[in-house]
Design a binder for this molecule. Structure first.
Ligand code: GDP
Ligand code: MG
Ligand code: K
Length: 278
């Protein structure tokens, strides 16, 4: 039997644990992440000749180095030997949810989106063009209801397919010409350094501009660390000069601009938002 390791990732309260419980039933094991006080739930099940091992990742809004939960999640994506990351998304709060999605795209995660709670989105009058969203994101988007266990067949067969696909490491994010060009200047230096090959060079470049402690430490100790840091400092200064904001904010704004564009192209909303009780 083939084996498929899946991580469930998403914001808090989007239905990750509901999906995890529906899939793995009684076959669960709860412990801690090695050396961390963060709970790690894993489980397994067989489906169509595939043995799925599922890890329920902590709920996150970002993948920065600011919290243990975020570090646990990103380390799992970077070196957890997972085949696919299933990004559980609350369709009724797409903008906030996509902010994490975009960061997993930066990281080069092999993603499948499980679009949950679409009934709430519909109650708000939001009509999501799932096919268009999938095409623009560059990975499959499957509608599910975690609670009612609908969409699970399609989700699992899609995950199985995605697991055997070679990882597409090209980044489909449009972050504006100015930022993109400067990220690229840093990225090519990282790409040339063989000691920095274990993770997406695009992600490393973005994290350096974001002042990410863990990535900074690693790059500073690499063979071309000085050269890379000279470039990062020059680019940071340049971005502050033209945007009047620290690079971390410039990058956050670029992510939101990308998400905004994506939502405009794929979600029909009523002219006046309907009030809802959720
Ligand atoms: P997690 O924080 O992402 O693990 O989310 P949970 O699985 O704990 O779910 C959070 C809340 O959303 C719970 O009250 C669930 O019952 C509810 N929930 C999960 N999936 C669905 C769904 O498909 N539809 C609805 N209406 N509620 C859901
Ligand atoms: Mg949970
Ligand atoms: K490299």
């Amino acid at each position: 039997m083939k084996n498929c390791i899946v991580g469930l990732a998403g914001n808090p309260n989007v239905g990750k644990t509901t999906v995890f419980n529906q899939l793995t039933g009684m076959h669960q094991h709860v412990g801690n992440w090695p050396g961390k006080t963060v709970e790690r739930a894993e489980g397994h099940f067989d489906y169509n000749d595939v043995r799925f091992d599922v890890v329920d990742l902590p709920g996150n809004y970002a993948l920065s180095a600011h919290s243990i939960e975020e570090i646990v999640s990103r380390d799992f994506i970077i070196d957890g030997d997972s085949d696919v990351i299933v990004n559980v998304v609350d369709a009724a709060n797409l903008e906030r949810n996509l902010y994490l999605t975009v960061q997993m795209m930066e990281l080069g995660a092999n993603l499948v989106m499980a679009l949950n709670m679409n009934d709430f989105a519909q109650k708000k009058g939001h009509i999501i063009d799932i096919k268009a969203m999938s095409e623009l994101l560059g990975f499959p988007v499957i509608e599910i209801s975690a609670k009612d266990k609908t969409g699970f067949d399609e989700l699992l067969s899609t995950v199985k397919k995605q697991a055997s696909k070679p990882k597409d490491t090209s980044v489909k994010l449009a972050y504006g010409d100015e930022l993109k060009e400067h990220v690229e200047e840093i990225r090519v230096l990282i790409e040339k350094d063989n000691s920095l090959n274990d993770v997406s060079s695009f992600w490393t470049a973005v994290k350096l501009l974001e002042n990410d402690e863990i990535v900074l430490e690693k790059v500073k100790n690499s063979s071309s660390g000085n050269k890379i840091m000279d470039k990062v400092n020059a680019v940071s200064k340049h971005l502050q000069d033209i945007y009047g904001e620290v690079p971390e904010e410039v990058i956050a704004n670029a992510r939101y601009a990308y998400i905004d564009g994506l939502i405009k192209e794929t979600v029909q909303k009523p002219a006046v938002e309907k009030p809802t009780l959720t």
